[in-house]
Design a protein around this ligand. Structure first.
Ligand SMILES: [Zn+2]
Ligand SMILES: [Zn+2]
Length: 241
């Protein structure tokens, strides 16, 4: 596991005073980090700034790139993770992904930052670092997730891969949005039940040749609405001619 490797490496080669305190700090920090749970109530807000502020207090010279923040990772689909551990976690569900991001990226970054702080500014307080760690962990859970995200993930019926971010059609079927859009390029029906125009909001945008039949029938329908029935509509067209 990456967090164990990193933990080992940050303890290595410390030649400053306070060695005992240094070791104590990291042992306690690790124990408390491993017990950390996301807060019961996580506010729905951007954590980026408050994490940056807190890091700036602990490690004033810190480069922004070293600040733990994983917003982009949180929204990937399993197939998009380049990391094998994350991909395996993703098969088990979104909660497992968040835990894996925390273990593989969150904790190691915190260990490295804390080591930098010891090297540069000397003695550190575990409580301050745990406060930062809680924010970093909460930031993974800080968005307003739909409940379905944490259930056993569906497979997309089009690409057959695990799907965390499902797009629901008007007929109630779910697919990856990009898979459904690719399918709709050639056929504007639901791949499962053939419901026409499975994404309502796409109705105005489609101009494919393959949809021309549907377009015709739709325009008939609107004529019918306008004139009450088709016969009247035809009469109206004849009169017009
Ligand atoms: Zn798909
Ligand atoms: Zn359908």
């Amino acid at each position: 596991m990456k967090d164990e490797e990193t933990f080992g490496s940050v303890l290595f080669n410390y030649r400053r005073p306070n060695l005992t305190e240094f070791m104590d700090f990291f042992v306690q920090f690790r124990q408390q980090l491993n017990r950390l749970e996301p807060s019961d109530i996580v506010p729905i807000l951007s954590f980026r700034q408050s994490i940056l502020d807190q890091v700036a207090q602990l490690v004033p010279h810190c480069d922004e790139l070293e600040v733990p923040y994983f917003h982009r990772l949180v929204f990937l689909e399993p197939g998009e993770f380049e990391d094998e551990d994350l991909q395996a976690a993703a098969e088990r569900g979104h909660g497992a992904v968040l835990q894996a991001i925390w273990t593989e990226y969150g904790k190691p970054k915190l260990y490295l930052l804390a080591r930098t702080a010891w090297d540069t500014y000397g003695r550190q307080t575990v409580a301050h670092w745990i406060k930062l760690a809680q924010k970093v962990l909460d930031s993974l859970y800080g968005d307003h997730w739909p409940n379905t995200i944490f259930e056993t993930p569906n497979d997309c019926a089009i690409c057959l891969q695990t799907m965390h971010w499902a797009e629901k059609t008007v007929c109630g079927h779910v697919f990856h949005l990009h898979c459904l859009l690719r399918h709709m390029n050639t056929n504007n029906t639901c791949p499962i039940c053939r419901h026409r125009r499975p994404l309502l909001y796409d109705a105005a945008a489609d101009s494919d040749d393959s949809d021309s039949e549907e377009d015709d029938s739709d325009s008939d329908y609107s004529v019918e609405m306008e004139f009450g029935n088709l016969d009247e509509a035809e009469e109206a067209e004849e009169e017009y001619e």
